[in-house]
Design a protein around this ligand. Sequence first.
Ligand SMILES: [Zn+2]
Length: 56
Amino acid sequence: MELIGYCKSCNKELYCQNGFFVGVIHDDQTISCTSCSEKAAADAHTQENGGKPRTS
Ligand SMILES: [Zn+2]
């Protein structure tokens, strides 16, 4: 595996596995692991709703 870098959120080592990078590369060239990127997306979605929990 090839070490690509470290997650900007949790500093986890991120590798290229079988030619496939497991993680997310951001526009500012920072990278995040999949779990942190999913959490960031969830946080952004919460902010879109004014921070209120969804009732559904
Ligand atoms: Zn992470």
